[in-house]
Design a protein. Structure first.
Length: 453
């Protein structure tokens, strides 16, 4: 068998030689081989390396590898990922959250987003802590898996948000990120005082009325945040009276037995520049039987009808010629067993100051009452009008139990309608108490800030 090495294709047949400048042989007397200078070798990988040289190269590679690891370790990020040219990207670059971690005073219209540049978001959990209560923030990941956004784009005020996200990159590696931020705390707030009272039973003429403690200039935003519904269903429309009052009513009186729900979602609604709502609450009330009483100022009588049937005709005294009673439909808003009535509080001089008016039923905010009267002679009831604009029923000092005033008081509810006809005065204004029934349906619907058909 020949010991000669096989000739590679394209190799020269000239004797082997040491490359120019090569170090002297460590083994004197041994002939050096040489590689040809000829054309590149194609299709062969030449590795004429002795075992000792191979071990030397492995040692050198190990030194280079450890040097690289040490250099990379010097660039470790605070989140535990390795930086530098050879490490994976930092978590904040893999999962990007806005607003930024630790942000304070974030405005409610700022966008909350969780994004990844590649791969996909595996899970996103966001929690808002407000008023010592934690609430999950619902949201969804886009179809491409790159972005998460909340269902409600508006951020809560005076709240702390916590974001926990997990993402998977294109190579199957998971990254997790935890961030927090807090939102703007407003200096001014508004609330709405609601009538009727929660869980009350009222008459069929009740109008839902909200009176705000601040002027509302962004009416449409506030109106959208108030929802009034009924069971059985009824069309209910809003009407603004000035900048601080919003009323709701159906076209006709409520049907007896109707259950009405008022949802106030005013929290964080900007009612005026820099003034935000504070309430998130639900009120309910039930409509009782129907009772409508008609006061005929000329005949000096009041006909009381319950569910359409006449209960009684009661003799009354209405407003005198110089101080007549308003005409029109008025709704009972307050019932007092006894109260003080002072003429100075309703725009008159010192004409009267009665400390113990019995069975007082308020009809208007300007001071019209239907009440018991013990100081007028019994002959005036049913025959003449002598009051300063109120409707008086016969009573006794301290309030009797079997007088006409007591009878009517015991059979009345807040929300019942009292209508005055044939008086010498004008019709009561729709915003004087709950006088909205004096406005026709077309006019009423025009008073909403949100345009509807």
């Amino acid at each position: 068998m020949s010991s000669a090495r096989p000739r590679l294709p394209g190799a020269s047949s000239s004797p082997l030689f040491c490359p120019e400048g090569a170090p002297p042989s460590r083994f004197p007397g041994r002939r050096h081989g040489r590689f040809p200078r000829a054309r590149p070798v194609v299709g062969y990988r030449v590795r004429y390396v002795t075992g000792r040289a191979r071990r030397a190269r492995a040692a050198l590679a190990a030194v280079v590898t450890w040097a690289g690891l040490l250099a990379g370790a010097a660039g470790c990020a605070a989140d535990g990922t390795v930086g530098g040219a050879f490490g994976p990207p930092a978590v904040k670059d893999v999962i990007r959250v806005t607003p930024g971690d630790g942000s304070k005073g974030v405005r409610p219209d700022s966008a909350l987003r969780v994004r990844v540049p590649e791969g996909r978001l595996e899970s996103v959990e966001v929690v808002a802590s407000q008023d010592a209560r934690e609430s999950p923030v619902p949201g969804r990941v886009a179809a491409d898996g790159l972005t998460w956004r909340p269902d409600d784009e508006r951020l809560a005020l005076a709240a702390k948000y916590t974001v926990d996200a997990v993402a998977v990159d294109g190579q199957g590696r998971r990254s997790a990120r935890h961030t927090t931020f807090s939102t703007y705390v407003p200096e001014e707030r508004f609330i709405g005082h609601v009538a009727p009272e929660d869980r009350s039973t009222v008459g069929t003429g009740m109008i839902v009325s909200l009176e705000f403690n601040r002027r509302i200039t962004r009416r449409a935003a506030v109106e959208r945040a108030v929802r009034v519904t009924a069971r059985p269903a009824a069309e209910i429309r809003p009407h603004w009276f000035g900048d601080d009052r919003l009323d709701f009513r159906p076209e006709e009186y409520w049907k007896p037995g109707t259950e009405v729900t008022v949802d106030l979602n005013l929290r964080d609604i900007e009612g005026a520049p820099g003034v935000y709502g504070l309430q998130r609450r639900t009120f309910t009330f039930t409509v009782g039987r129907s009772q409508v009483s008609v006061v005929d100022a000329a005949a000096h009588t009041m006909r009381v009808r319950r569910d359409g049937e006449l209960l009684a005709t009661v003799p009354v005294t209405a407003g005198a010629r110089k101080t007549p009673t308003y005409n029109g439909k008025m709704v009972i808003t307050e019932m007092l067993e006894v109260t003080r009535m002072n003429s100075r509080t309703v725009g008159f001089g010192g004409e009267y100051d009665i400390p113990d008016v019995p069975h007082a039923i308020r009809l208007t905010s300007s001071g019209t009452f239907l009440h018991g009267n013990y100081w007028a002679g019994s002959g005036v009831f049913g025959s003449s009008n002598v009051s300063h604009g109120c409707v008086g029923l016969r009573d006794v000092k301290g309030g009797g139990a079997d007088t006409p005033a007591a009878w009517f008081f015991d059979r009345s509810l807040v929300g019942d309608v009292v209508e005055v006809v044939n008086s010498k005065d004008k019709k009561v204004a729709p915003d004087n108490g709950l006088g909205g029934w004096n406005m026709n349906w077309k006019e009423w619907k025009k008073g909403g800030a949100v345009k509807r058909p």
